[in-house]
Design a protein around this ligand. Structure first.
Ligand code: FRU
Length: 503
């Protein structure tokens, strides 16, 4: 029930007893992944924004560390990033050392020296991220704006040279602004990026990174991630991405879904990072070896984040995902997969080939009492619609359940959480979200991570994903398959219980 530990995630990062939102300062350094995050160290509301901190050697098991950068009367510490300052370009460390440098947004109080402005500031750590000191020359980049935030800084090396690049947003103008620096202290403007048509109400938490197409380092495309709030009533917080080229100065969008051989027309200006309601403020780690690009999103939505009925914590991170660009059927697609490392506990349960005639059919599996991974492959057969219902109560199929439906004619996968349990927590919580998904050889392949309080769906090997919170009744551990208008086939289903990885 609410107010207790029933919905505390078992395989996702949460604060022990405080509010968390955006992941910040994601960086790999000296064998450890650092997760900093927006945190209210004093409570479960969005206030007193500071940077909390946790570390992990595998992205699965997290260890809480002391609050890294604390707010004060003058400023809240809004979102930003951390770099490993190799060669001490900033001068914060000893000559030749590699300090960690955080670039964050100072959200200044109205009655402070900076009168409600948002500007970019630095803090540094000389002990591997444990303790941080603010730079006395803050802020280092001030545009006189009240909506200039969320700097992502990374090291750029290319034809134009080698330097630091910052991408941040003018949130209300829906503009990404790019700057460069040699020492992290002095910044000069490079360029601005705007969508062709205005997209979203405000932009937040941008990221910009290269990805090798099909793993070929000779063929690199750049991904510009923008997190945004949609128009009222359209679903709230979500992430989109642009694909294109970056020459060290300007990001040029070349379209998403474009044919790989350059002469096909781009299919769309941008793509959705995730089709669920709870994948926001997603940004990637700096400094991960081997060109791997690992993303973390806040598994929440500003529409109702403040109303989550969990206690004494509020907010959690989505599972870390590795992103890749691949050519599939002549098109460039972004794939996301959960990083490896979640361990099975106990034996997996497998069901073989099963006809799914018209109707709802209960499966002989238990799912949701413990975290688990459900892998299912369907053949559409003669069905017009088919799918899975998870987290159903008791013996009977009943009304409650989290539904995943595939509509063959529309080529659409739909996640419906209107009857997922306690959906009444906020008027904007009940939702039905759809995504275009093509069957491959008439088949749909699903991987679904089920944890206390959430489901994360990866369709067709991570081409389309949905992250959503759900709050089912405690006895809702049933699962069914169903078909409409014909007979589908469940080619196979494997349910693997997953070992909790508590903080
Ligand atoms: C995104 C965001 C950021 C801001 C932070 C404040 O969720 O609004 O733009 O830096 O949260 O907590």
């Amino acid at each position: 029930s609410f107010g207790e530990e029933a919905y505390r995630p078992q395989i996702h990062y949460t604060g022990a007893d405080t509010w968390i939102n955006d992941p910040n300062g994601l960086v790999y350094a000296d064998g450890l992944y650092h997760l900093f995050f927006q945190n209210n160290p004093y409570g479960t509301t969005h206030a007193n924004m500071s940077w909390g901190h946790a570390v992990s050697s595998d992205l699965i098991h997290w260890h809480d560390r002391p609050v890294a950068i604390l707010c004060d009367d003058e400023e809240q510490i809004f979102s930003g990033s951390v770099v490993v300052d190799e060669g001490n370009t900033s001068g914060f460390g000893e000559p030749g050392s590699s300090p960690l440098v955080a670039i964050y947004t100072s959200a200044y109080a109205e009655d402070s020296r900076f009168h409600g402005l948002q500007a970019q500031s630095l803090a540094y750590s000389l002990d591997g991220g444990e303790t941080w000191a603010k730079f006395e020359g803050n802020p280092v980049l001030d545009r006189g704006s009240r909506e200039f935030r969320d700097p992502k800084v990374f090291r750029y090396s290319g034809a134009a040279g080698s330097y630091w690049v910052m991408v941040a947003v003018e949130a209300v103008e829906r503009k990404a602004v790019l700057y460069r620096s040699d020492d992290l202290r002095n910044w000069s403007h490079l360029s601005d990026f705007e969508a062709a048509g205005k997209v979203g109400l405000i932009w937040e938490c941008p990221d910009l990174f290269p990805l090798a197409v099909d793993g070929n380092p000779e063929h690199v495309k750049w991904v510009l991630v923008i997190n945004l709030h949609r128009e009222d009533g359209e679903g709230g917080s979500a992430g989109i991405y642009f694909l294109g080229d970056f020459d060290g100065m300007t990001f040029t969008s070349t379209g998403v879904g474009a044919s790989a051989d350059d002469d096909g027309a781009p299919a769309a200006e941008y793509g959705w990072l995730d089709f669920g309601r709870d994948y926001y403020a997603t940004v990637s780690f700096n400094n991960v070896p081997d060109g791997r690009r690992i993303l973390v999103g806040w598994m929440n939505n500003w529409d109702y984040a403040r109303s989550l009925p969990t206690s004494p914590w509020r907010g959690s991170m989505a599972l870390p995902r590795e992103a890749a660009l691949r050519t599939r059927a002549g098109r460039l697609v972004l794939e996301q997969r959960v990083v490896p490392g979640l361990e099975a506990t106990g034996a997996a349960r497998s069901l073989g080939l099963l006809d799914v005639p018209e109707g709802v059919h209960r499966l002989p599996v238990e799912c949701g009492a413990e975290p688990c991974l459900v892998e299912a492959t369907f053949d559409a057969g003669s069905a017009e619609e088919f799918g899975l219902v998870l987290l159903q109560p008791g013996e009977q199929s009943g009304e409650e359940g989290t539904r995943l439906c595939y509509d063959v004619e529309r080529g659409e996968l739909v996640l419906d959480r209107r009857a997922s349990g306690h959906a009444e927590l906020h008027p904007l919580f009940p939702s039905v979200e759809g995504a275009p998904v093509e069957l491959v050889g008439n088949r749909l392949r699903l991987e679904i991570y089920v944890d206390a309080g959430s489901v994360e769906v990866f369709a067709q090997g991570g081409l389309v994903t949905f992250a959503e919170q759900v709050f089912p009744g405690s006895a809702s551990t049933g699962a069914s398959v169903y078909a409409v208008g014909g007979t589908a086939q469940l080619i196979g289903l494997t349910l693997t219980p997953l070992k909790p990885a508590p903080v």
